[in-house]
Design a protein around this ligand. Structure first.
Ligand code: PAF
Length: 308
């Protein structure tokens, strides 16, 4: 289906919206057959400024940009927010058109998972700690859908956000380990002026919760500042961050940890590039965030395909 929507310049532009894998793949093959480099931004919709920045990064990486919009049931655990996850396809398509996305793959659940689907992608090292420990089965669902999207869209490049750092590193590892030709780019986290990392789940926060949620980015920054000041003891770095999360009006902390960027393991002392990575609950909302130290270290990582 072709939809006509307003482009960035305000002029009408057409965007292709595909629900069926075969029609998506046909379009992609025509685009790539014409010698254009295709960049994909996989999303679950509820698009915001962070996604816009991914579309722009994709526009820099490729000649044509496609997006996918699919709230993937397989990556939500029992009791998580699958049912309530914000769904706003029309508004999302407007954003895609405004950012120059040429095609959107928005399949129904039945087009993605055949009845009795029973094949899954599992990674056994980087996936173990942090999100993998707190959300069993989550990364199995993520890797499976991402590989399926790659099989349908056949992009040359795919762009993911640094906000979901462990996810992005796992996807790079999967691509390397399974010989996928897709190049993976990791684009920087976009934050509100007060530091809160943009997330579709921020929509769940009321004003008081949003204020309290700021503690997460502040805690990560405090830990990174400790590192920048020359501290290498992981316990003291972690404590510099946790001190801001706990205490009066504190958040429910799932983890705030130092992670080696290559292995996602927590070193006793920091000797190479790391992420300070955290997950908290604010009321009923679960938020994650991270900062990289030294800044820019993602670009120099060895595992898998290139980053930006
Ligand atoms: O980061 C997300 O939005 C999702 O995990 C992804 C990569 C689109 C897979 O469903």
């Amino acid at each position: 289906m072709t939809r006509t929507l307003a482009s960035h310049a305000g002029t009408p532009t057409s965007i292709r919206v595909f629900a069926a894998p075969d029609s998506m793949r046909d379009w992609s093959r025509r685009v790539r057959g014409a010698g254009r480099c295709l960049a994909l931004v996989p999303t679950m919709g509820a698009l915001h400024e962070g996604h816009r920045s991914l579309f722009r990064a994709a526009g820099e990486a490729g000649d044509a940009v496609a997006a996918s919009i699919f709230v993937n049931p397989a990556q939500f655990g029992e009791g998580e927010d699958f049912e309530h996850y914000p769904r706003q396809l029309e508004a999302d398509l407007e954003i895609c058109a405004a950012e120059g996305v040429e095609a959107v793959y928005a399949p129904a659940r039945g087009a993605v998972y055949a009845p009795a689907h029973s094949t899954w992608i599992v990674e056994e090292a980087l996936a173990a700690p942090f999100e993998g420990a707190c959300r069993p089965g989550h990364f199995r669902g993520v890797l499976t859908i991402v590989l399926k999207l790659f099989q349908v869209v056949e992009p040359d490049v795919a762009v993911f956000g640094q906000k979901d750092l462990q996810q992005a590193l796992l996807i790079r590892r999967m691509v390397r380990d399974l010989d996928s030709p897709v190049q993976i780019r990791i684009a920087p986290t976009i934050r509100d002026a007060d530091g809160l990392a943009l997330s579709s789940r921020n929509a769940y926060l009321d004003a008081d919760e949003r204020q309290r949620a700021l503690r997460l980015s502040r805690a990560l920054r405090a830990a990174a500042q400790r590192l920048a000041a020359g501290e290498t003891d992981t316990g003291r770095i972690r404590q510099a961050g946790r001190a801001l999360l706990e205490g009066n009006g504190g958040l429910d902390v799932e983890y705030l940890e130092v992670a080696d960027l290559e292995t996602m393991q927590t070193p006793a002392r920091v000797e190479g590039p790391v992420a300070i990575i955290g997950a908290v609950r604010v009321g009923r909302t679960r938020l994650i965030d991270n900062v990289i130290y030294p800044p820019g270290a993602l670009a120099g990582l060895s595992a898998g395909a290139s980053t930006s």
